[in-house]
Design a protein around this ligand. Structure first.
Ligand code: ADP
Ligand code: MG
Length: 403
């Protein structure tokens, strides 16, 4: 059992903050874990998190401390979840996407493109194995789940499978398959012999009725798909007259590893969550539809808060954990319920103007620090039976073929 990892990140002051409220900041970092926030009453409140990233911290630092250990585990069958939390403008999307996910400036690259590179790098063969990577991308807006790879799917349902946990039924999946084999018995060199462009693999998926799959062949193509998904987010924005900060965006990577000649198959799910802004409704001055959106966001974020409270106070298992109170908490059930290495990045503005919102973000993080998790390797001993369920989560009897 370990606690979830909680970090705080303070972005640099924006030029607007400098212009309107001056250069003074409400944050003082003491060391790499401890910092002080001066609240609106000028009182110092001290926090101690797993790590604090001050304005000079760069994207690589955040990735290496918070994300890389989770990526390494995910390719070895352990679930991982990374959540960014904070008010609108605090740096959640910047942390996840960077200035743009196809941005080539190495230094500014966000968590998402680094995760894509990291997963592909870690599945480089050092043993005879078959790997598959699947990737979905959805957003939750007004309690409806939209597929960002296919906007026609605007009401995705959540299902639960004993083996795979929480699933998004019918959501499009970008997939990559590679099989590695030894070149010769005398060397330790391996070659890739089979991949997702191979017609027979695609055929196998399609014959299972899985026409929600799109093939990718390398990290660059995965990033292209993600970039198109992010652009779809913008299309939704204008269609629905909303802003991206009003929806939660969720990226789900599933990495499956099957060693040749071994009966076991390991499956790790890595979920990245860019939450909607956590600011209070009153502060936004919202009315009409904007007010309805804000209420929905507050509802799902307070559902998240309630789940965290239930998980952290007292009687543990005996407690009822209200995962079903929102789509967000239901999707995060695996992550918060124990079988996942979870990391929370609390993003804050350092401006004195935003001190009260930053304080509420940091208090949320401080509460989340008490959540205990005991992630385990998701390993299927009974390869064929489990594989059957893995491919047919809805237990569709017509689905008999095994890949
Ligand atoms: P959020 O997603 O929390 O609403 P954004 O990530 O969009 O906020 O950030 C708001 C603005 O601040 C953007 O213009 C972004 O480029 C900038 N920004 C955020 N974090 C950083 C950072 N660490 N370094 C430089 N600029 C940042
Ligand atoms: Mg954002």
């Amino acid at each position: 059992m370990s606690n979830i990892t909680v970090c705080a990140r303070f972005r640099p002051l924006s030029s607007k903050e400098r212009r309107d409220h001056g250069d003074s900041v409400c944050i003082r970092c003491i060391d790499t874990e401890t910092f002080v926030l001066k609240d609106e009453k000028e009182e110092d409140i001290m926090f101690s998190f797993d790590r604090v990233f001050c304005e000079k911290s760069d994207q690589a630092e955040v990735y290496e401390f918070l994300v890389l250990p989770i990526v390494r585990d995910a390719v070895n069958g352990i679930n991982g979840t990374i959540i960014t939390y904070g008010q609108t403008g605090a740096g959640k999307t910047y942390s996840i996407e960077g200035p743009g996910i196809l941005e080539c400036d190495e230094q500014k690259k966000g968590i998402l493109p680094r995760v894509v590179d990291g997963i592909f790098e870690h599945i480089k063969p050092d043993k005879m194995a078959k790997y598959s990577i699947k990737l979905s991308m959805v957003e939750i807006y007004m309690e409806k789940i939209r597929d960002l790879f296919d906007l026609s799917k605007d009401n995705i349902q959540i299902k639960e499978s004993k083996i795979q946990g929480i699933l998004l039924s019918g959501a499009t999946e970008a997939f990559f398959v590679a099989r590695y084999a030894r070149v010769s018995t005398h060397t330790h060199a391996y070659i890739r012999t089979h991949e997702s462009t191979d017609a027979s693999v695609v055929q196998d998926f399609h014959s299972l009725g899985k026409d929600n799959l799109m093939s990718i062949i390398d990290p660059a193509q995965a990033l292209q798909s993600l970039s198109a998904g992010i652009a779809n987010r913008a299309v939704g924005e204008t269609q629905m007259n909303m802003a991206s900060s009003r929806s939660h965006c969720i990226y789900i990577f599933t990495v499956q590893q099957e060693l040749t000649g071994d009966k076991r198959m390991k499956t790790g799910k890595l979920v990245l969550v860019d939450l909607a802004g956590s600011e209070k409704v009153e502060k936004t001055g919202a009315e009409g539809r904007a007010l309805e959106e804000a209420k929905m966001i507050n509802k799902s974020l307070s559902a998240l808060g309630n789940v965290i409270n239930a998980l952290t106070c007292g009687s543990g298992r005996a407690n009822h954990i209200p995962y079903r109170d929102s789509k967000l908490t239901r999707i995060l059930q695996d992550a918060l319920g124990g079988n996942s290495r979870t990391a929370l990045l609390c993003c804050c503005s350092p401006s004195v103007f935003n001190a009260s919102e930053s304080l509420s973000t940091l208090r949320f993080g401080a509460r989340a620090k008490h959540i205990k998790a005991s992630p385990r390797v998701n390993c299927n001993e009974d390869k064929y039976a489990k594989k059957h369920e893995a491919l047919c989560p809805d237990k569709d009897e017509s689905c008999k073929r095994i890949l």
